[in-house]
Design a protein around this ligand. Structure first.
Ligand SMILES: [Ca+2]
Ligand SMILES: [Ca+2]
Length: 237
């Protein structure tokens, strides 16, 4: 009598488990909004009421901010709240009006009322060539900076730099010209807002921005259509 094959049958359910894990890891619901500003309009953006000069020139956003005490801010999509996201853009500081000129991405902004709030910031300055990742909290008494992380960078005036910023729950990652610059864990920062609007800004400088891309679960499909006709330019270097 032939010996029976004792090999157990493969249960096909076991094959489904890694497949489900794989699918769950894809941000299937994440939408993407891109703007290369070649259409000359700021549809999908909101110029902050305290901004100095923000305009589109030759397919680039130009923010000119003489007094960095109040940064000139361009808010994404009418200050829509964004929780987790990956943002990338090209930015260059053309000229400075201050000893510390910078471009920045301001996000998770939580204005509790007219005088109180907190928000997270990545600011990049060609002078003193430093990148700051910090929280700004403020009230009637002024502002303070908890959760500060700082890394030296090489940011050159009048040169395009490609910036990528990822925010996932309490973890921030920043790349400059596709090189990993900083990983920040703000799990020890109770003042970090869970969500809030984000925007591009300039302080004490003329800063140009281009090729903005944001990927987030908070982007709805209707927003993707806003600039479907846009013809994407190459990433600047
Ligand atoms: Ca452009
Ligand atoms: Ca200003």
């Amino acid at each position: 009598m032939k010996r029976r094959n004792q090999q157990p049958k493969t249960n096909s359910l076991w094959l489904l488990i890694p497949l489900c894990l794989l699918l769950a890891s894809f941000p299937a619901l994440a939408g993407t909004f891109r703007d290369d500003f070649e259409d000359g309009n700021l549809k999908g953006w909101l110029i902050d009421e305290e901004a100095e000069t923000i305009e589109i020139i030759n397919g680039e956003v130009v923010i000119t901010d003489f007094d960095r005490d109040i940064v000139s801010q361009l808010w994404f999509n009418n200050k829509q709240k964004m929780t987790n996201f990956t943002v990338s853009f090209d930015g260059k500081v053309i000229r400075s009006f201050d000893s510390w000129p910078y471009m920045w991405l301001y996000f998770r902004v939580n204005e509790v009322n007219n005088v109180e709030g907190c928000g997270a910031v990545v600011s990049l300055s060609p002078n003193p060539n430093v990148m700051w990742c910090h929280l700004i909290c403020w009230n009637a008494g002024g502002f303070w900076l908890p959760g500060v992380h700082e890394v030296p960078i090489n940011l050159t005036l009048n040169t395009w730099h490609h910036v990528t910023i990822k925010m996932e729950v309490v973890n921030l990652t920043v790349w400059l010209n596709d090189e990993l610059m900083q990983k920040v864990d703000w799990s020890d920062q109770p003042s970090l807002p869970k969500t809030g609007p984000l925007g591009l800004g300039a302080g004490g400088a003329e800063v140009h921005f281009d090729n903005f891309v944001i990927i987030s679960d908070d982007i709805r499909p209707v927003q993707i259509e806003a600039k479907l006709a846009t013809n994407w330019g190459r990433i600047k270097r």
